[in-house]
Design a protein around this ligand. Sequence first.
Ligand code: AGV
Ligand code: CA
Length: 312
Amino acid sequence: MKKNIYFNHDGSVDDLTSLFLLLQMDNVNVTGVSVIPADCYLEPAMMASRKIIDRFGDGINLAVAASNSRGKNPFPKDWRMHAFYVEALPLLNESGKVVTPVANKPAHLHLIDTLRAREGKTTLLFTGPLTDLARALDIDPTLEEKIERLVWMGGTFREEGNVEEPEHDGTAEWNVYWDPEAAARVWSSGIEIVLVALESTNKVPLTLDVRQRWAKKRKYTGVDFLGQCYAIVPPLVHFTTNSTYFLWDVLTTAFIGKTDLVKVQKVNSIVITEGASQGRTVATDVGRSVHVVYDVDRDAFFDYITDLAKKA
Ligand code: AGV
Ligand code: CA
């Protein structure tokens, strides 16, 4: 039985490679894709998504919806530029045309329509902020009944997050920080939440040995694509900096296809929406229950995604 997956992402390198990998999974049926301009610019991220579906979607019939959501705390421009580089890869431009269309509704309405059009429930995969989901729930609260669970790259319960910005204390993860209210809105719903948090994503940095592994296997078009994409972003070499790249979203996506790569734990938590810690997820007994992915078998993860890429 294939799982129905609706994918909302924000166009960074790991969001776009997640889309590519998701399309290679035998046990997944991608029912919808939408793009939110958080850690990207909308136009190139839309184009890259449509071109990836054209090139690697094996003829799947999808339209990509553009989000008109706006966040509270903007991503750094340098990071948002990444989608331009992916969109321009020759590998995605060989045909000289783009066939996969743009959906005729904004992402949050497209999400509602896509879930309602399917029999049964759909799993949500979100690898950017939760704004589109929060807006969809405000418009259509009973949409919850159509949602199997939400698998989200977001949050951390460590002292240290990955936001390094003026006026912030560094305790938040970026996808929560961009729109803390949206996360809080989803926390207040009855939707089952699986958080792929920094606890586990910190264990899958982009390293030189990973790049080398993909370079060696570049005769496989899909592995070459991974190699080209991860040439755009900085690897971990000596120590972690603010720009060091991890496979945050790819781990989240891999969890969809192969659950046993990771360890999961239940935590009660709240989202802080105001002040210097805004966007922080805090463990507290009074909070709602979430499943936190806190550990990963690193080698099994890289084997899994490389094997998926070979199939493309
Ligand atoms: O916080 C991780 C999220 C993921 O969804 N994004 C990038 C991933 O797509 C924001 C982010 C944090 N650090 C970054 C980020 C960095 N060094 N470069 C680009 N994006
Ligand atoms: Ca992302």
